[in-house]
Design a protein around this ligand. Structure first.
Ligand SMILES: Cc1cc2nc3c(=O)[nH]c(=O)nc-3n(C[C@H](O)[C@H](O)[C@H](O)COP(=O)(O)OP(=O)(O)OC[C@H]3O[C@@H](n4cnc5c(N)ncnc54)[C@H](O)[C@@H]3O)c2cc1C
Length: 498
């Protein structure tokens, strides 16, 4: 086997430097440390002109926070960067009109407060992740247009990182330039061009929900009477309203509506993602809600619009042996259940575990003419990516399918009792928020080795003690009085972004 030293370098291209792309880069940096004798040259390409996140909030659940810690991004767990409310509950649900607490979620197995649901300004989380990625490896104004994969023979002379067994993958950018490497991780979000190259028929649909979001200085809501200290989710006639403190003295308000409900009214129609919205339209939507929500909407200084899109689960996440996807590019669930940031982090960790496992059983040819050396080429990449896919795709497919089913089966309660019943019987999402990516990877690995021990980890978690409890327990824990007033109302949508 003849190889030169360059075979020890694996050039990894990452399309997209959002949460998924940055956390993947951090994970691969860790992999380089863990596998002496192997060098990863990781390069990120993003279409953005500057490195910043949209001005919205993001919640990370225990699974994502635990993964941040594994990635070594401890600074994102610090109390000043995000907000965790005093009740130590993941979410508290209030009645739209009375403001009473109807129900709440609670943690099943999250004893450490730093792993309990935390709410960030997206820019703060993003910049913390950025601090762990060498700036010179991030290339801006590089909008991916498509991808070309060359097999071993055709790639002779093309020149990737040299570690891919001869084959290469090339990103073609809108500006006419390109970048070539051994493998490609598509982290270019919901409208991924990498995904489109390999699954051109995949489409996205409006979920019937458009989100209206704002982040602003918390001083603006300081004087609102009866404002809950904890993050709060109000469920109302047709829409919901979410509000929370964030880290670094920021605050967020989030509303939503279905454009189909409002023909002829302001706000009807499609918006571009992150387009500036009309704050008066937002205030009008909540004008007859309880005084706390109304005051929050009135205090909101500006809003931006986020039409929510989702698409069917993909049948495969591995393309041409050397390309895979992470984050929203891989699982097109939209903003459902505020899960995407945490899922992206877990994707990065599963990819790290898979590559580490395959690398550790595939030593690199060190040019010492020892025939027992093995190369790390397209077969090994494919094996690692398949392990990764088997760890992540079933889990995220369950979410995407539930999002699409929720939309199809959306029932609008016709009485206040039905609304309360719906609030109390909302789906238990612990299988998502406390998912253990490492345990799932271990089972996939054992299965690969023929032990057939993989059980449905998600199902097991759902069978655990119920995490939903009613107003009596909620008020006991939080000392929040329930209101006596009950009005007729309707609501919908178990799909939420917070
Ligand atoms: C309205 C809304 C609210 C949400 N709220 C939450 C929440 O509270 N909690 C939560 O966990 N998740 C939330 N999510 C989901 C979460 O934001 C994403 O799932 C998460 O950020 C995953 O990020 P990503 O890196 O995969 O994609 P993105 O964050 O979209 O990043 C993709 C990156 O790729 C770049 N890019 C895109 N196209 C190209 C291209 N052609 N070429 C090069 N670069 C490109 C973009 O500039 C961007 O930097 C929400 C989503 C929505 C829609």
């Amino acid at each position: 086997m003849s190889n030169d030293d360059t075979r020890k370098e694996i050039k990894v291209l990452i399309a997209g430097a959002g949460i998924a792309g940055l956390s993947t880069a951090i994970a691969l940096g860790r992999l380089a440390t863990d596998t002496p004798g192997l060098h990863f040259d990781v390069q990120l390409y993003d279409k953005a002109t500057e490195l910043r996140e949209i001005g919205a909030s993001i919640a990370l659940s225990p699974n994502g926070l635990r993964t941040l810690e594994r990635l070594g991004v401890d600074d994102a767990l610090a109390d000043d960067v995000s907000y965790r409310g005093p009740a130590a509950l993941p979410m508290i649900y209030h009645h739209w009109k009375t403001n009473e607490v109807v129900s709440a979620d609670r943690f099943v197995d999250v004893p450490d407060r730093k792993h309990q649901t935390a709410r960030f300004h997206r820019g703060h989380l993003h910049s913390t992740l950025l601090g762990h990625v060498p700036r010179e490896t991030i290339h801006l104004r590089k909008a991916v247009e498509s991808v070309v994969v060359r097999d071993d023979d055709a790639a002779n002379g093309v020149g990737g990182g040299g570690g891919g067994g001869g084959g290469t993958v090339t990103l073609l950018f809108q500006d006419g330039t390109s970048a070539t490497g051994d493998v490609l991780i598509g982290a270019d979000g919901l409208r991924s061009k990498v995904r489109r190259t390999f699954v051109p028929g995949h489409t996205l649909h409006h979920t019937g929900r458009t989100w209206i979001r704002s982040t602003f200085d918390a001083s603006l809501i300081r004087d609102i009477p009866n404002l809950p200290a904890d993050s709060a989710h109000w469920w109302g006639p047709r829409y919901t309203f979410f509000a929370s403190r964030l880290g670094r003295n920021m605050y967020t308000t989030v509303g939503n509506y279905d454009p189909e409900d409002l023909p002829g009214r302001r706000g009807h129609g499609e918006f571009r993602w992150d387009q500036e919205g009309d704050v008066n339209f937002f205030r009008d939507l909540y004008a007859d809600w309880n005084p706390v929500v109304k005051a929050l909407a009135d205090a909101t200084p500006h809003v931006r619009m986020y039409p929510n899109l989702a698409g069917e689960p993909l049948e495969s996440w591995v393309f041409e042996k050397r390309v895979t996807l992470v984050g929203d590019a891989a699982h097109t669930h939209g903003g459902a259940h505020a899960a995407g940031g945490s899922l992206a982090l877990d994707d990065a960790w599963a990819l790290y575990l898979s590559l580490k496992h395959v690398l550790s059983s595939s030593t690199i040819d060190d040019d010492d003419d020892d025939e027992s050396d093995k190369t790390f080429g397209s077969e090994e990449f494919e094996r690692a990516f398949t392990l990764y896919e088997n760890t992540r795709r079933p889990h995220t497919t369950r979410l995407v399918e539930s999002v699409l089913a929720t939309k199809a089966a959306a029932v609008v309660p016709s009485t206040d009792e039905e609304l309360r019943e719906k609030m109390n019987n909302r789906p238990n999402m612990t299988w998502l928020t406390e998912h253990d990516v490492e345990a799932t990877f271990a089972k996939v690995l054992e299965n690969e080795m023929g032990n057939n021990v993989v059980e449905d980890d998600d199902a097991r978690q759902v069978e655990r003690e119920s995490v939903i409890f009613d107003i009596r327990e909620a008020t006991t824990i939080m000392g929040i009085p329930g209101s006596e007033s009950v009005l007729d109302t309707t609501t919908e949508s178990a799909v939420m972004v917070k």
